[in-house]
Design a protein around this ligand. Sequence first.
Ligand code: ITT
Length: 205
Amino acid sequence: MKLVIATRNKHKLEEIRAIFHQPSLEFVCALDYPDIPDVVEDGDTFEANAMKKSVSLATATGLWALADDSGLEVDALNGAPGIYSARYAGEPVSYPANNRKLLEELQHAKNRKARFRCVIALSSPGGKTRTVDGRCEGVIAHEERGKQGFGYDPLFVPDGFTKTFAEMDAESKNAISHRGRALKKATEAWGAMLAKNPADWPTGR
Ligand code: ITT
């Protein structure tokens, strides 16, 4: 049974594949459907954007679809960049530019508390959608450290650790990350259904 992952972000895809392995599923992704246009992420919340991405790809492909919408919330910036994390420093998307901007904005901040958030949405071909979420609390470092991962990983130090996400190997990050936690909930909530014959999955709207 094919499950299409509604992302064009190869780093996310790699993490999702590593964490959410279900023997019954063959993963394909949005990049395998270049003719289907990207959705406009104009929702007000991670949940709205995750649902929009999964519903639109499920209905366009006729497959079950799983989407991830995620981002970084920084307390001293009143929750920014939040749902705008990917394009924080503008277009074209640049992780180094985003990280430079974040460090500049926090130059004088005493409170460097932040959290990564992730909402995972699963849609049936009929558009019925369910969601789970995960978060990981931490602080923003004073300079970039490490080469693993992607995005804000070189600046994010999870609570209880001294290394940034970019200094951890993939397994260690996935064990505590927002995405790892959301996908663990997804496995608990939907694993039994996904392990069944797809003919028995609920396909309603
Ligand atoms: P898709 O919409 O195609 O999935 P995207 O990268 O645009 O890809 P989002 O709209 O969900 O995805 O934006 C997420 C951004 O939040 C991402 O580009 C990073 O800047 C940041 N982010 C999310 N998870 C992260 C993680 O695990 N490590 C570092 N940065 C992360």
